[in-house]
Design a protein around this ligand. Structure first.
Ligand code: COA
Length: 256
């Protein structure tokens, strides 16, 4: 099993650390598998009262591993794809989810925050969802949750132009609870998680169930997934993955 996701449990707090810092914690199929197994397992584990997600190194995560997207697009990816299980586990999780985010949070790195109940950003956090720039479409129910959270105008711009927003803006738009100095990120997140862990779990779970309908979110993910799978095979998407690998801007002009 991959070491690129570290798991630690202490005092009712389950911490998942994305640990592939040399690749900006880009998420591989194996990493999604371990994350999904752990979040699914936590549902029926009474000793887990809070789940914290964080990243090692200078970034939270650069999102899906683009070489794996390219392999899927080329029909070269083998075995079960775990990303769907991962996003479904986020949608269905009834335990409080807390995220600690520094540096880049790209793609699913940002859309997973829409499933986190408390989001703490370091001052240097930059959130982006460049799905359209990659010739893809939004996922993880973000096509529903993002406009609900920040309004259509901001959500469309975020998706369509793919440019990052700074921590302060994300806070102002309601995408986060706190912005803290980078050196305080772990401590502030840990303190919030501990406060949550002391609250009555039954009431937290019931509150979260009243606030969000996991099955509606999973339905949206399924609808997005169908379009995403088609887009992934498109010539435009193949050009975007090639461009990333070749460290050049993509050229979409040749496609109609
Ligand atoms: N998939 C695979 N590898 C990735 C990656 C990703 N999503 N993001 C970064 N990496 C790798 C780079 O290829 C590079 O590997 P190398 O050192 O072997 O060449 C390493 O991580 C460091 O990335 P680099 O681009 O040099 O860092 P940077 O600080 O200049 O830029 C990012 C950081 C996150 C802005 C940039 O890497 C990026 O745009 N990544 C792609 C993000 C993306 O589009 N994700 C998919 C969203 S759906």
């Amino acid at each position: 099993m991959t070491d690129n996701v570290q798991i630690e449990k202490s005092g009712g707090i389950l911490t998942l650390t994305l640990a592939r810092p040399d690749k900006k914690n880009a998420l591989t199929n194996e990493m999604y598998g371990k994350l999904a197994d752990t979040i699914e397992g936590a549902e029926n584990d009474a000793s887990v009262r809070v789940i914290v997600i964080k990243g090692q190194g200078d970034s939270f995560t650069a999102g899906n591993d683009l070489s794996e997207f390219a392999a899927v697009a080329a029909g070269k990816a083998e075995g079960e794809r775990h990303v769907t299980r991962f996003i479904h586990s986020l949608g269905r999780s009834t335990k409080p989810l807390v995220a600690a985010v520094q540096g880049r949070a790209v793609g699913v790195g940002t859309t997973m925050l829409l499933h986190c109940d408390l989001v703490v950003l370091a001052e240097n956090a930059l959130l982006s969802t460049p799905f359209v720039s990659l010739a893809l479409v939004p996922e993880a129910a973000s096509s529903l949750l993002m406009p609900l959270r920040i309004g259509h105008a901001r959500a469309f711009e975020l998706f369509a132009l793919g440019e990052p927003i700074a921590a302060k803006v994300a806070l102002e738009w309601g995408l986060a609870n706190r912005v803290v100095p980078l050196e305080r990120l772990d401590a502030e997140t840990g303190a919030l998680a501990q406060r949550l862990a002391k609250q009555p779990l039954g009431s937290l779970v019931a509150t979260k169930r009243l606030m969000r309908n996991g099955e509606v979110l999973v339905k949206q993910m399924e609808a997005e997934g169908e379009v995403f799978a088609v887009r992934l095979q498109s010539a435009e998407a193949r050009e975007s993955f090639r461009a990333f690998a070749e460290r050049r801007p993509p050229d979409f002009a040749k496609f109609g």
